[in-house]
Ligand binder design. Structure first.
Ligand code: ZN
Length: 295
């Protein structure tokens, strides 16, 4: 792990902002990107916060709907507040891929910093309607809202051809103009989870979208994207990157290994003490890819 820190280039991601909205606007203007990790409980949350501390960077943690439902948004808000007391920089809490307007409202009420309303599977008009409901609700609380256009493959999302998943420039522009949503996830060829081959990012479409709208853009499926493509995407307007699969698969793989090793005497804090460094190693590796900066 120490080798990762030694190789770290100059970090410029620890600046403080008045609000998350300000951070995203500045990141889009200065070609930077907020690393966002899916977490599932207090243990992988601890791994992400400690990694961000050691790399001196702002970070976002995200709860996927089953995680928010199981723990409740209130409990997760309290967990993150607890860890924030030991954080050097900002730790933002986000609700990831909610297809439910109601769950977004619950997360906003619980004090989340940011929520995603995912209307990518319904018609553009329905997507705009859902997004507007969440934008309206989030406004007075100052909560950031993320919408999605185009499809991120994997997790049961099957696509027939490029036109099926690629975000249409006209649709992105219409959604942005009619909702004023803060940040937009765009389908440009990445996939959730591990992919058998490297995902082929459609940089031409990304460029067209980034030219058409000033909104900070969001790159999903961060686990399988080569570092060079991550860095190229950031320069083209991706201001947030979602990284999930590598965190939970590392967690589960090493937890299973340690539990099997301990057998009947397996005790959660001892198991997790052995697993945490493994999670931190992959988180730091991804932080390094995102925070890479030539100057
Ligand atoms: Zn996603």
């Amino acid at each position: 792990m120490d080798t990762v820190i030694k190789q770290l280039p100059k970090v410029i991601y620890n600046k403080q902002y008045n609000s998350l909205k300000d951070l995203f606007i500045d990141y889009r203007n200065t070609q930077r990107c907020l690393p966002a990790f899916n977490v599932n409980d207090n243990y992988d949350l601890k791994a992400v916060v400690e990694s961000a501390n050691e790399m001196d960077t702002n970070v976002m943690v995200m709860t996927y709907p089953p995680v928010a439902e199981l723990n409740t948004p209130e409990v997760f808000r309290s967990l993150v507040d607890g860890f924030k007391k030991h954080a050097k920089n900002n730790v933002y809490l986000h609700l990831d891929h909610s297809t439910s307007v109601d769950l977004c409202k619950r997360a906003i009420d619980a004090g989340y910093d940011s929520v995603m309303i995912d209307g990518s599977q319904v018609s553009l008009q329905e997507n705009i309607n859902m997004t507007n409901q969440v934008v309206d609700y989030a406004k007075s609380a100052g909560v950031v809202v993320e919408a999605e256009i185009g499809k991120i493959m994997g997790r049961g999302v099957k696509v027939q051809c490029d036109d099926d998943f690629l975000a249409s420039v006209a649709h992105v522009k219409q959604l942005y103009d009619e909702t004023g949503v803060d940040i937009i996830a765009v389908g440009i060829g990445t996939a959730h989870g591990f992919t058998p081959t490297e995902p082929k990012i459609h940089f031409k479409r990304l460029q067209e979208i980034a030219t058409a709208v000033t909104a900070p853009l969001v790159l999903h499926g961060g686990t399988g994207i080569p570092d060079a493509d991550i860095q190229k995407s950031i320069k083209m307007g991706m201001s947030k990157i979602n990284i999930g699969t590598i965190v939970h698969t590392t967690y589960m793989k090493y937890a299973l290994k340690e539990i099997l090793k301990a057998g009947d005497s397996a005790y959660p804090p001892f198991i997790m003490k052995a697993v945490l460094p493994k999670i931190k190693a992959v988180v730091k590796n991804r932080l390094q890819a995102v925070n890479y900066h030539k100057s």
